[in-house]
Design a protein around this ligand. Sequence first.
Ligand code: MN
Length: 155
Amino acid sequence: MRRFREGREGRWEEVEVRGYKDEPESFRGVTRQRLFGPESGIAAELRYFEIEPGGWSSLERHEHAHAVMVLRGRGAALVDPEVRHVAPFDLIRVPPRTWHQLRAAEDAPLGFLCLVDPERDAPERPSAEELEEIRRRPGVAEFLRGRAGFVEEGR
Ligand code: MN
């Protein structure tokens, strides 16, 4: 058993805090911890990511899907074509081949669990043309500028 140690950042005992990924220009302030890997005996990997206030994960897509549960803080999620505010216990499904990005609020981190297939393809980043297309969805330009004031029902 490994206990959770909630401090300024969410941490588990004996779990290494890793860099998020290569391509440092594609994200800001993201750490990764692998909570369950192949040793679990389950054909899945459970990771915990934490994005610092004002940070973001890379905008990407891939063949594999993500099942995400928000655990800490606040922020917003783009799952093309939708942008939503997210808070603890919200569930986010990222289907295959779908552009996605998570952003922490300016004044709060965003910590979330992400369940994936251990055998998965590498993420693809949008071309300039694809980025322009994504940016035209309602609320996405504001989301990409890091503003929380995008149009949304509820919350
Ligand atoms: Mn992804």
